[in-house]
Design a protein around this ligand. Structure first.
Ligand code: ADP
Ligand code: MG
Length: 330
């Protein structure tokens, strides 16, 4: 029976799966697969799941549930599929809690500024165009009905869940794997990620937070991640430049303009990636000063990177500092 013994002592390895979704890439690392589960079947399950999320929440697909809602007649109730419902309900709560800094109805502004399915632009829109679109913005315009999970299209409302959908999809993939009996996993979509368990020899999963400096990329922190998610928002990857100015893809729905302060990035640690993702966007809109007070009041683990002259300064909330030191201990 020597061969059996030998096969038992095979080093446990990390299996990697990856693909494309939501205009970006996804990747999954798993350590052991439970009996009866193969890498091929896991890949199929993940792809089906991501497809179902896109069919519900992609504004890039004219036939998605979200696009159907966005084009629906004024005054009509639309019954939403489960994931879309969950994400819009959470987004509306966050909109209220942030006084509209985060707003799922920001879509027409996102599109006008060239960051949605419409073509990119190289100069800002005219004041008159902005004004015309503002009438369609405002989370208060949306009403919902819990009984049949329906959302009322008040007319011209265009929901955009891009600030939270990637994080939500990370959670769904993680939950799927956990449901299959996988204990050690790392799920990532477009840089938002969630980790459970540990690597083969029991070391924690680790992620790096970059310090985005002009021209160079420096690692600011390496975090040990256990049963937690992290998401980062920032203007350093998705923007357009017109003259001296950079226009970010994160828009303050209250002014109609892309955020214009010195926040380079915001990272949020949270047990769920959907929340981490949405909160990172919300805090980017609020800015470091207001955002930090808001985050401290809610005991959120957040890290702001703020441009200060030619350097980048960091501001970490107390929950972030606590989590990071604890996680770093053996
Ligand atoms: P990324 O997509 O680069 O990871 P985010 O998670 O911050 O970044 O999401 C940004 C997207 O969220 C934008 O492209 C836009 O579709 C949407 N968005 C922009 N501003 C807001 C806002 N104030 N509230 C909610 N969603 C927003
Ligand atoms: Mg986000």
């Amino acid at each position: 029976m020597l061969w059996l013994l030998a096969s038992c002592e095979q080093p446990r390895q990390i299996h990697l799966l990856s693909g494309e979704t939501m205009g970006t890439t996804w990747s999954v690392k798993v350590v052991d697969l439970p009996a009866g589960v193969t890498l091929t079947s896991v890949r199929e399950d993940i792809e089906l799941l991501l497809e179902s999320i896109n069919r519900q929440m992609s504004t890039y697909r004219p036939d998605s549930d979200i696009s159907r809602f966005n084009q629906a007649e004024a005054g009509s109730w639309q019954i939403l599929p489960a994931d879309f419902w969950r994400v819009i309900r959470y987004s509306l709560q966050l909109a209220e809690d942030t006084d509209g800094a985060f707003d799922p109805t920001v879509g027409p502004l996102v599109n006008l500024w060239g960051f949605g399915p419409d073509p990119k632009r190289d100069k800002p829109p005219l004041a008159a165009e902005l004004e015309a679109v503002q009438a369609r913005i405002g989370y208060q315009r949306l009403s919902w009905r819990d009984a049949d999970q329906a959302l009322l299209q008040p007319g011209g409302a265009y929901v955009d869940l891009s600030a939270v959908a990637k994080g939500y999809a990370v959670d769904k993939v993680a939950d799927l794997l956990i449901g299959l009996g996988v204990e050690n996993l790392l799920v990532e979509i477009g840089g938002e990620l969630r980790a459970h368990g540990a690597k083969p020899a029991g070391q924690p999963w680790k992620v790096a937070i970059e310090k985005p400096l002009p021209g160079v990329r420096e690692v600011a922190h390496i975090l040990a991640m256990k049963d937690i998610a992290i998401a980062t928002s920032g203007d350093y990857r998705n923007y357009f430049q017109a003259g001296e100015r950079r226009y970010s893809h994160i828009i303050d729905p209250r002014s109609g303009y892309p955020v214009d302060h010195q926040v380079v990035s915001v990272s949020v640690l949270h047990p769920r990636c959907a929340e981490a993702d949405a909160l990172a966007t919300a805090l980017t809109v609020m800015g470091a000063e207001e955002g930090m007070v808001w985050a401290e009041a809610r005991q959120l683990a957040v890290l702001f990177m703020v441009q200060s002259g030619s350097t980048v300064e960091e501001f970490a909330s107390s929950a972030f500092r606590r989590l990071v030191t604890e996680e770093a201990m053996p």
